[in-house]
Design a protein around this ligand. Sequence first.
Ligand SMILES: NC(=O)c1ccc[n+]([C@@H]2O[C@H](COP(=O)([O-])OP(=O)(O)OC[C@H]3O[C@@H](n4cnc5c(N)ncnc54)[C@H](O)[C@@H]3O)[C@@H](O)[C@H]2O)c1
Ligand SMILES: O=P(O)(O)OC[C@@H](O)[C@@H](O)[C@H](O)[C@H](O)CO
Length: 387
Amino acid sequence: MKAVHFGAGNIGRGFVGLLLHDAGYEVVFADVAEELINRLRGADSYAVHEVGENPAVRTVDNFRALNSNAQEAELVAEIATADIVTTAVGPHILKFVAPVIAKGIVAREPGLAPLQVMACENAINATDILAKEVASQPGVTAAVLDGKAVFANTAVDRIVPNQEAGQGLDVTVETFYEWVIDRTAFGDSAPVIPGATFVDDLSPYIERKLFTVNTGHASAAYLGFEAGLEKISDAMADQDVAEDVRAVLEETKQLLVAKHGFSNDEQEAYVQKILVRFSNPYLPDTVNRVGRAPLRKLSRHERFIGPAAELAERGVVPEALLGAIASALRFTDPADAEATELAGILGSASPADATARITGLEPGHPLFSAVATLVEERQAEMASTPA
Ligand SMILES: NC(=O)c1ccc[n+]([C@@H]2O[C@H](COP(=O)([O-])OP(=O)(O)OC[C@H]3O[C@@H](n4cnc5c(N)ncnc54)[C@H](O)[C@@H]3O)[C@@H](O)[C@H]2O)c1
Ligand SMILES: O=P(O)(O)OC[C@@H](O)[C@@H](O)[C@H](O)[C@H](O)CO
């Protein structure tokens, strides 16, 4: 069995690659980072260090690596004969990997089982986004895809920080993991991945993951950044930050319980577990990594505006989420292109225009004016602070 996995970064090596390896797949990593590809080519195995409660070291072998920019023909041939394609490249990168995936699908011999495609990104229904991109490639029609590929949405959860320089291919991860996959996409032929959970309705799981783990995580990052802290575990050790994160998760709990029918106790247990995960002192995770790409995180259906908008539509003022959004507007990182772009929008547009551009909220939406007020406050702060 062979899997082609796009993105040999943190989650690619530390989670998706590991679970596919443990399920018996040979993994062909495809990435654009030449140095990383060369390292993978030169190694027989790498180690995944699971840190926290019940630490363990796992070994991944039986992999190869291709440069997806420089070795397109080879990659097409691999995809044409693979069982599974997965991605962990970032939601905005899916459009760049779609063309080669489409070519690989077109090149599959008739009679082969359909390629099983799963995007493992933090976004609601990321595989649908990828499927749409694949279907829009030249020469690809619904008839071409029919019988040659199936696309399944998934929710992936494991905190994998940026890795220390000098660590080579080895990855430090938390012990917890969860990979929930939409079973319905596969008919009777779902892949056997012992570490994954297959469900008939993914939407409650994917929203619960994004609006609890990622909303809480990003809140800790932006509130922690504002408090001058670098590590997520240090942010969680700050009583004010921890209380604010807890209040944010109380609000998303209210939404998730009402919308998806999770019991209050079940959701509370999920929240408690997550707070412990964020506080893991052995995990060298930073506010800059978790706060990365603030424009993506502040977009319409993402971890802040998504739940806050739904709460506002239900007549609830999401005070704690608004507090976290205010902190997100203050996030700066010269190395982060989206943080720079965010500052540019705040510095040049009117409060209403900036709010619409940053969040995608419509001016008539019940959340709009509350966010516009935060934007205006941030703009006033920026105007009074020397550059
Ligand atoms: N790190 C985590 O804790 C975590 C957990 C769950 C989900 N995710 C999601 O997984 C995705 C990846 O996150 P990450 O933390 O591993 O990031 P990362 O930056 O460590 O890895 C991304 C990898 O994708 C590669 N890449 C970029 N463009 C590419 C292209 N066109 N073709 C092939 N490879 C390409 C990069 O070189 C990099 O190696 C994101 O969507 C993230 O939200 C991350
Ligand atoms: O990957 P992002 O940028 O969407 O979010 C940053 C972190 O919150 C995220 O990577 C978590 O570590 C992960 O989603 C945990 O499962």
